[in-house]
Design a protein around this ligand. Structure first.
Ligand code: COI
Length: 351
């Protein structure tokens, strides 16, 4: 059943979007969708002009971190067909994160109705080609102005949009983080919570100092097993085209939706896939002997991003410049967006 949504229209965007020169996440939609939770239930929701929020300094999300987000994309095909990619899976992951942070579940009807009405107000934001997208950012946080440490009783879900191109322009270099940790088993590593990203920023600065764009996290216990990049899940390609990616079983990495799409495409291509523990020593040894021929990251923002080199223990380990498996999977991924390749029909949600 569709949720009742009040619509308040914003003025049209005063300036045109220059798609070729878009910085990621700096230009926002004219509208945002807002739903509030109080008195034990979701209240009437609205689409309204995009504007600053007014919050008490005592807002509990700011102190105790009940704050999470999602990121997914909407596209327009050359024939004008507009769609959102895998919104239901992102809604499910949002609720997975919410559960871990003791936040109320967001009903699918509310989530999808907000999204639908928001996109209808923002049709002008749909990009002219599939190289660009609307990046959809739901942010969900606790709003009780109260300093007691307990789950908030009030919450706000805000969904807004930002037109985007590629997150990374070229191939990227990764810094293997051997001191800091992202997540331990039983922690919040599988939740897309704000705090996980805050905790990664210091490593990001170390990475930058070494000329790298991302960190590669290792397990928190031994700093031995590879987990994920700071902005993406990680895949290794062996010389025989086998894909290896850390399994979700440790309960420490993000359940990437793009990771899942890539696994699907790899199976469709008949590639062997191993979801398993892979130690950084195995990785380095196999790069050295040419047995790992590609490393790439997967994520909604970055899609599929080949890694040029790993910086590990003060040495740079270069990967071959050609990345045929990453390119093949990226082509298949684009073919799904284009409508030339069937994925799961539920992945394409028409606007
Ligand atoms: C995404 O890929 O959607 C993310 O949330 C990662 C962030 C670096 C933009």
């Amino acid at each position: 059943m569709p949720w009742s949504i009040t619509i308040q229209q914003a003025p049209p965007r005063p300036e045109a979007i220059i798609w070729e020169e878009l910085p990621f996440g700096r230009i926002f939609s004219q509208h945002m969708a807002v739903a509030e939770y109080k008195d034990g239930k979701w209240q009437e929701a609205r689409v309204q002009p995009f504007e600053p929020l007014s919050l008490s300094p005592g807002t509990s999300a700011l102190h105790y971190g009940q704050a999470l987000f999602e990121g997914f994309k909407a596209y327009q095909r050359p024939d004008g067909f507009r769609f959102v990619f895998r919104p239901k899976d992102h809604w499910q992951r949002l609720n997975h994160s919410a559960h871990r942070l003791s936040m109320p579940e967001v009903p699918y009807e509310l989530f999808i109705s907000l999204l639908h009405h928001l996109l209808l107000q923002e049709v002008a934001l749909f990009p002219p080609n599939l190289q660009h997208a609307i990046y959809i950012r739901p942010v969900y946080f606790a709003t009780d102005p109260w300093l007691g440490v307990r789950p908030s009783e009030t919450y706000m879900l805000v969904i807004y949009l930002t037109p985007v191109g590629p997150y990374y322009k070229d191939t990227i270099k990764a810094y293997v983080e051997t001191e800091l940790s992202r997540a331990a088993s039983g922690g919040t590593g599988t939740a897309k919570m704000a705090g996980n990203y805050a905790a990664a920023l210091l490593s990001g600065r170390k990475a930058q100092a070494k000329g790298c764009q991302v960190s590669l996290w290792l397990d928190a216990f031994q700093h031995e097993y590879v987990e994920e990049f700071s902005t993406m899940n990680v895949f290794f390609v062996q010389r025989d085209s086998t894909l290896i990616t850390p399994s979700l079983e440790r309960g420490t990495i993000l359940q990437g939706i793009t990771r899942d799409t890539i696994l699907y495409l790899a199976y469709e291509r008949g590639l062997s896939v191993e979801e398993r523990d892979i130690s950084i020593h195995e990785v380095i040894e196999n790069i050295t002997h040419g047995r790992i021929t590609e490393i790439f990251g997967t994520g909604t923002a970055a899609t599929i991003m080949p890694i040029q080199s790993l910086f590990y223990e003060d040495k740079v380990w270069e990967l071959p410049p050609h990345t045929p498996i990453a390119q093949m999977l990226l082509t298949d991924y684009k073919a799904i967006l284009q409508g030339d390749l069937k994925g799961n029909p539920e992945w394409i949600w028409p606007v």
